[in-house]
Design a protein. Structure first.
Length: 190
């Protein structure tokens, strides 16, 4: 299940800090900019909402982390989640199987960035798309959500071929052009 907040700028930081775990409070306060604090809190509040609605869990969740840095629910190892945020929104995906989600703002098209992050086939698809900027972000969110799904860190030079994995998975991509973002969920293909 995917939860989205496309009004994170409306979050009252002081109020949000009072209802999240101390672990998340410390994490959010590390951000220097208020907007970044709101985004961090928004993503966590979405997780709290999802856990309450989907599983009846009311206490603020605590995280543990894999050696690669993937967050896990410390007290609920069978519940999988992924968080992401961009300038305009925050998202959370929760599932009983591994899941990854990424959200990105649609920015100006940068051919130099495309050249180092996309495979030849992806570059061709992006160049032929009605909106290369949107096509690029679609591929980018697929790659990031797959890395989160797999629980892997990005290895230098890996990004162009990351979608060639043999691990069964599928993507669900959503675009909100009115708000200027794209998000992709990567789920188990089994």
């Amino acid at each position: 299940m995917v939860y989205i907040d496309d009004k994170p700028q409306e979050i009252d930081v002081a109020e949000a800090l009072s209802i999240v775990s101390q672990q998340r409070r410390d994490h959010s306060l590390r951000y220097r900019r208020e907007h970044d604090r709101r985004l961090s809190l928004s993503a966590y509040l979405l997780l709290q909402k999802a856990l309450r609605q989907e599983y009846g869990i009311v206490e603020p969740p605590l995280f543990s982390f894999t050696p690669q840095g993937k967050p896990l629910l410390r007290d609920y190892p069978d519940i999988h989640f992924s968080l992401s945020h961009c300038r305009q929104a925050a998202v959370c995906a929760v599932d009983s199987r591994p899941v990854g989600i990424d959200i990105e703002s649609v920015d100006a098209y940068d051919p130099a960035l495309v050249a180092v992050t996309m495979s030849g086939k992806e570059q061709e698809a992006i160049a032929q798309a009605p909106s290369p900027a949107v096509a690029f972000i679609r591929f980018w969110t697929m790659k990031e959500s797959l890395l989160k799904f797999l629980g892997e860190e990005l290895v230098a030079g890996q990004l162009p071929s990351i979608l060639d994995t043999s691990i069964p998975h599928h993507f669900i991509t959503h675009e909100n052009m009115a708000s200027g973002y794209v998000y992709t969920v990567c789920e188990s293909g089994i």
